[in-house]
Write a protein that binds this ligand. Structure first.
Ligand code: AMP
Ligand code: ZN
Length: 293
């Protein structure tokens, strides 16, 4: 369906269209099945709220998993919204926090790094710690996979960033079911909204009147990614389907290269925490060491 046709669908037809597309992605990539225990990683934003709601509606065994990273009012508001969505839809909510796990909320962690001479971008620290906790907790709670709200815009931006950095190894790991090999160390992450655009998610969320905050995190200054977002949005206006073409190109490229990448060695294990890591010590444990020094 072209964008014009989609834009002209009635709200109820539009909702059906989105739900059907999610079902199709789950089926095509065999993302998970009805017996699986699914953890939806929810941030309080529109994307993860929409995917949580749709999977519950489709009858999957879902629980919500959120990490309170601790950036003041923004985090408090998100947590309140998530609690409401979970209560309204009868979904179990699991809450973790940086403060409980690492002793301090993100804004204090960043200050501590600064005092010790490490000028880290908060998004980088937040991303590493979040991924670590999601994987560790999902393994502990025996979830079969972790669902994230990544959408087509996120994925097209990520692909272009990989091209511009010449990072083919990272590009090959992207997709609705990222990674190129199964490992017991990782709980599989999956992205059922891979083929849904950000605009479509905003429309779905607004039709449903979900209590979500549409702004971005006050700590996020990911300027580099923002440039890609701007370029792609401008391109998409002039040449509709550009984002869709980018992610389809990525999927075809992966298919053609898959045999080369199967040969990669299994990832190692962090000597300190036992989580998967390419180096002897994982990025999370390195950060913790720096905090404690
Ligand atoms: P982001 O990197 O902020 O664009 O988030 C990408 C995805 O990661 C979201 O759609 C969520 O599924 C997940 N996510 C982000 N922040 C959190 C959080 N604080 N707790 C749990 N999941 C999160
Ligand atoms: Zn570690």
């Amino acid at each position: 369906m072209s964008k014009v046709v989609i834009d002209n669908l009635s709200n109820s037809k539009f909702k059906d269209y989105i739900e059907k597309k999610v079902r199709k992605t789950i089926r095509k990539y065999n993302l998970f099945n009805r017996k699986d225990k699914l953890a939806v990683a929810v941030s309080g934003g529109k994307d993860s709220t929409v995917v949580l709601y749709i999977l519950k509606k489709l009858g999957y065994d879902v629980e919500a998993l959120t990490i309170d990273v601790g950036v003041g009012e923004y985090s408090d508001l998100n947590l309140e919204n998530i609690k409401k969505v979970c209560k309204d839809n009868d979904i179990k909510l699991n809450i973790l926090s940086f403060e409980d796990e690492f002793g301090k909320p993100l804004k204090d962690l960043i200050q501590t790094f600064k005092k010790k001479g490490y000028e880290y971008q908060s998004c980088m620290v937040c991303g590493i710690l979040k991924r670590h906790l999601l994987n560790r907790y999902a393994k502990k709670m025996k979830f079969d996979c972790v669902i994230t709200g990544h959408n087509m815009d996120d994925e097209a931006q990520a692909f272009m960033m990989n091209v511009f950095r010449n990072d083919v190894n990272l590009a090959i790991r992207q997709g609705p079911m990222p990674g190129n090999q199964k490992s017991k160390k990782f709980v599989q992450r999956v992205k059922p909204l891979f083929f849904i655009t950000e605009q479509e998610i905003i429309r779905y969320s607004k039709i449903m009147k979900f209590p979500v905050y549409y702004g971005s995190c006050p700590f996020s200054i990911d300027a580099y990614r923002r440039e890609f977002r701007k370029i792609l949005d401008e391109f998409e206006k002039k040449h509709p389907s550009v984002k869709n073409n980018i992610i389809r190109f990525q999927e075809q490229m992966k298919e053609k290269l898959k045999d080369d990448f199967k040969k990669e060695a299994d990832i190692g294990t962090c000597e300190i925490c036992g989580e998967p890591s390419q180096n002897k010590i994982c990025k999370t444990c390195k950060l913790i060491e720096q905090l404690e020094k």
